[in-house]
Design a binder for this molecule. Structure first.
Ligand SMILES: O=P(O)(O)OC[C@H]1O[C@H](O[C@H]2O[C@H](CO)[C@@H](O)[C@H](O)[C@H]2O)[C@H](O)[C@@H](O)[C@@H]1O
Length: 335
């Protein structure tokens, strides 16, 4: 995977403890199992991303700055915060043996985020290519375990990057799910090829409309990029001068205020506009496990690897981190 800190998350509590520990267990876990979250740094919680008023915009700018700082290690207070976070939330790589033991006798199912996990973060979202060696690794993984890519990207776009027909793809934050087009030992007997799920299809015309408006509205901001991800739209801040971030958010706000059925979420130097339906990467993960025949099953061990704020939606449906923290405590006591 690309360069990150690695954290294993735990079922029943919440996901990426870099943001919120057990407190955010809004959803019930589908199954027991292990989930690996990859997180680069501690992030500040921004509870409500509804974009009304200047306070919200300021909070969003601040949160976005913290979520993808350019020179993290040169900021003393962040370094301190980061170290204390690393101490509290252990690395999955250090706990590899425990994870292997935990997965014994269970079917591992792999869920992989794309940007920042399989591909490096780059300035141009259209050029976030995955390396051949990463492709080889994912291909190998899929030979052993059912494997899904779960991404905010449009499904077809991520497929063009990954180009592995044996995988499941959940694009648009899980709102566009498709099973493998090539059979493997894991989907030979199931109706996996039939898996196709688009819970937000009624929003397609609205998303297209908003995409066009955002293109128009943001064209005066140098470096701003609007990306149509089919069931959601991303507005990229990465190449915009930080001094212009507030202005750009005001532009987004001015479009979004006409669309109460859409909401705003935040990623790494990006805001994403998506339908208000109760569907996210976590729901996609549950849906895929169910499609694979693992609903309410104890002998499945799902692993989720992701690096971004929206991956926390998937981490929320798991309880593995707690176990990892316990393992860490035991191993520290033993020293
Ligand atoms: O769920 P993900 O697969 O992590 O997708 C989230 C967003 O990823 C992409 O943006 C991010 O990566 C870009 C390329 O490295 C980078 O330029 C950008 O700053 C990052 O936020 C994608 O372009 C977005 O549409 C996704 O929403």
């Amino acid at each position: 995977m690309t360069q990150q800190n690695v954290v294993v998350c735990n079922t029943k509590s919440s996901g990426d403890l870099s943001v919120f520990p057990a407190a955010s267990a809004a959803q019930k876990p589908p199954v027991g199992g292990g989930y690996i979250s990859i997180s680069r740094r501690p992030r500040r919680v921004l509870k409500n991303l509804e974009i009304n008023g200047d306070n919200r915009i300021n909070a969003l700018v601040e949160s976005m700055r913290a979520s993808s700082p350019t020179h993290l290690m040169s900021t003393p207070s962040l370094t301190e915060e980061h170290s204390s976070w690393i101490l509290r939330y252990p690395s999955a790589l250090d706990m590899f043996d425990e994870i292997m033991k935990g997965s014994k006798g269970k079917q591992i199912v792999m869920f992989l985020d794309y940007d920042g996990t399989l591909s490096p973060i780059v300035e141009d979202p259209d050029r976030a290519f995955m390396s051949n060696s990463m492709r080889k690794t994912v291909r190998k993984l899929a030979r052993y375990f059912p494997t899904a890519i779960v991404t905010g990207r449009c499904k077809d776009k991520v497929y063009n990057f990954v180009r592995l027909a044996e995988l499941y793809y959940a694009g648009s934050h899980g709102m566009d799910i498709k099973g493998p087009t090539r059979t493997s030992k894991y989907n030979r007997d199931s109706n996996a090829e039939g898996v196709l799920f688009q819970p937000a299809s009624e929003f397609l015309p609205m998303i297209d409309e908003v995409y066009q408006q955002l293109l128009d509205k943001t064209k005066s901001t140098p470096g701003a990029k609007v990306e149509n991800n089919k069931f959601c739209v991303s507005v990229h801040f990465r190449c915009v001068d930080e001094k212009k971030w507030t202005e750009l958010l005001h532009q987004v706000q001015s479009v979004l205020k006409e669309y109460p059925k859409l909401r705003l979420t935040q990623g790494r130097k990006v805001v994403e506009i998506r339908p208000t339906i109760k569907w996210d990467k976590g729901k996609a993960l549950e849906f895929l496990l169910e499609s694979l025949g693992f609903a309410n099953c104890n002998d499945v061990f799902p692993i989720y690897i992701g690096d971004d704020r929206t991956d926390e939606d998937a981490f929320k449906v798991m309880e593995f981190l707690q176990r990892l923290v316990e393992w860490k405590q035991v191993s520290m006591r033993a020293r």
